[in-house]
Design a protein around this ligand. Structure first.
Ligand code: MEV
Length: 420
C-alpha cells in the first residue's frame, strides 16, 4: 500500500476520524513548538521519528493493528512477520497479574535499638497512613503498606534504614506521579511516628507486581524446518547463559516494546530499567524470553516482564500522537496495553533469532537500506524497488550506483519507446 491507501485502511479498521487522519498527515499542526515548550525546559525544537504499523497480530483471540515508532529499519517488518507465523497456531496468549505499583519512603537515622518499635508503630497506624495517601488521589488507590529493613551495602556504610512501601492500584494510569505525591504526603507522619528522617520518597520502577506474561507457538515447518528450530534453541542457549549475548538478544526484545511505548506515549526508560532488572532477577543477566520445543517439534516461546504503562494521564493526555497510538491499538485498559507490548517484544525476538540462525541479519537490513538509498537517488514507487533489488544483488549499495541504475532503466525505457 502507498501512504494514502494505508491511511484509508487505518481510518476504516481503527475508526479514525477525519481530524485524526489530519494529525497523521500533518503532525506539526497538532503538536507544535508551543506544546513542546510547555513539556520540557530550554526547548529548541521537536524531534520527529518514523511511525509505522505492525500487522498480523492476534492476541487472546483479538486482532490488533500496532503502531510502532522507531528509527530502525526491519523492526516493524520483523514483528509483523513473526506475528504472521504465530497466528497459524492461534496467535499469542497473554495475561497480567494484579497490576499493582510500589512507592517507597526511605527512613534513616533511627537508632538500631528503636528499629523494631518504629516498624511496629508504622504498622499500627497503617489504616490512617493509607487514608492520608488516598486523600491525594481521585482514581489510584493505596491498598496496603509494608515495611522492610535495608542495610547499606555500599562502601559508605550508612547503616540500617526502614523502607516503607505503599502498594498502589494505579488503575489505568502508569501511576508514577500519584504515587510520588502519596509518598511525599505520608512522609512527615512517618517521621513523627519513628523519629527518623525521610530521604527518598518515590515510586519504584521495578514494578514486579505489574507483571505481564505472553506466549506463542511457532510451527516448525513455518519456521523453515527442524534444523531452524534446533538452531534457534542454540541461539537461545547462548542468550540464557552468556550476558554478552543476552544484552543483544534483549535489545531486540526492547526494539519491539520501546517502539510501541513511544507510539503510545509511555515512559520507555522506566520500562527498560524494570525489564533489565527482571532479566537479572536470579543474580545473572539472562535472556528475557524462554524458548523450548514442543512434543510436535514446534517452537514455544514466552516472555514475562514487569511493564508499567498507562492509557490515561501523563503524556497520553497531552500528546495528540500518543492519543492516536492508543486509539489505533483500540485498547481500553493499561493491562491490555502492557500485554500487547510484551507480545511485540516476544515476536521481535523470534524474528531476530530466526534471521540470525538462517540468512543472517544483514541481508534484510540491506534490502531496506537499498530502498532508502534508491529513494535518496530520486527513485520512487516501483522504480525504487527495482533499483534497490538490483543494488542488493550486486552488493553495491550507494547513491552513485542508484543514480547509474536509474539512468540505465530510463535509457532502456526511452529505447523501447523509440523502437515502438
Ligand atoms: C538489532 O537491533 C537487534 C538484534 O541484534 C537482536 C538480536 O541480536 O537478537 C538483531
Amino acid at each position: 500500500m502507498d501512504r494514502a491507501e494505508r491511511l484509508r485502511f487505518l481510518k476504516k479498521a481503527a475508526g479514525l476520524s477525519k481530524q485524526e487522519i489530519a494529525v497523521l498527515l500533518n503532525p506539526d499542526a497538532a503538536f507544535n513548538f508551543e506544546n513542546a515548550n510547555k513539556m520540557i525546559e530550554n526547548t529548541i525544537g521537536i524531534l520527529p521519528l518514523p511511525l509505522g504499523i505492525a500487522t498480523n497480530f492476534v492476541i487472546n483471540g483479538k486482532e490488533y493493528i500496532i503502531p510502532m515508532a522507531t528509527e530502525e529499519p526491519s523492526v516493524i517488518a520483523a514483528a509483523s512477520n513473526a506475528a504472521k507465523l504465530a497466528r497459524r497456531r492461534g496467535g499469542f496468549k497473554a495475561i497480567t497479574n494484579e497490576a499493582l505499583m510500589i512507592g517507597q519512603v526511605q527512613l534513616v537515622s533511627i537508632p538500631p535499638l528503636l528499629m523494631r518499635s518504629a516498624r511496629k508503630k508504622i504498622l499500627l497506624d497503617k489504616e490512617e497512613l493509607l487514608i492520608l495517601a488516598n486523600s491525594k488521589s481521585r482514581s489510584a488507590a493505596a491498598k496496603d503498606l509494608q515495611v522492610r529493613e535495608v542495610v547499606d551495602r555500599s562502601h559508605n556504610s550508612m547503616g540500617r534504614m526502614l523502607i516503607v512501601e505503599l502498594i498502589v492500584d494505579p488503575k489505568d494510569s502508569m501511576g508514577a506521579n500519584t504515587i510520588n505525591t502519596m509518598c511525599e504526603t505520608i512522609s512527615p507522619k512517618l517521621e513523627t511516628l519513628t523519629g527518623g528522617s525521610s530521604v527518598v520518597r518515590i515510586v519504584s520502577n521495578y514494578s514486579t507486581r505489574r507483571l505481564v506474561r505472553c506466549e506463542a507457538i511457532f510451527a516448525r515447518d513455518e519456521l523453515g524446518g527442524g534444523n531452524i528450530v534446533e538452531r534457534i534453541l542454540y541461539a537461545y542457549a547462548l542468550a540464557y547463559s552468556d550476558p554478552f549475548r543476552a544484552v543483544t538478544h534483549n535489545k531486540g526484545v526492547m526494539n519491539g516494546i520501546d517502539s510501541v511505548a513511544l507510539a503510545t506515549g509511555q515512559d520507555f526508560r522506566a520500562i527498560e530499567a524494570a525489564a533489565h532488572a527482571y532479566a537479572a532477577r536470579d543474580g545473572n543477566y539472562r535472556s528475557m524470553t524462554l524458548w523450548s520445543k514442543t512434543d510436535r517439534g514446534d517452537l514455544i516461546g514466552s516472555l514475562e516482564l514487569p511493564i508499567a504503562v498507562g492509557t490515561v494521564g501523563g503524556v497520553v493526555s497531552v500528546h495528540p500522537m500518543a492519543k492516536l497510538g492508543i486509539k489505533i491499538l483500540g485498547v481500553r485498559t493499561a493491562k491490555e496495553l502492557s500485554m500487547i507490548m510484551a507480545t511485540v517484544g516476544l515476536a521481535q525476538n523470534l524474528a531476530a533469532m530466526r534471521a540470525l540462525v538462517s540468512e543472517g541479519i544483514q541481508k534484510g537490513h540491506m534490502r531496506l537500506h537499498a530502498k532508502n538509498i534508491a529513494t535518496m537517488a530520486g527513485a520512487s514507487g516501483t522504480l525504487a524497488d527495482v533499483v534497490a533489488k538490483r543494488m542488493a544483488l550486486e552488493n553495491i549499495v550507494n547513491v552513485q550506483r542508484a543514480k547509474e541504475i536509474i539512468s540505465l532503466i530510463e535509457k532502456d525505457d526511452r529505447d523501447d519507446h523509440d523502437s515502438n
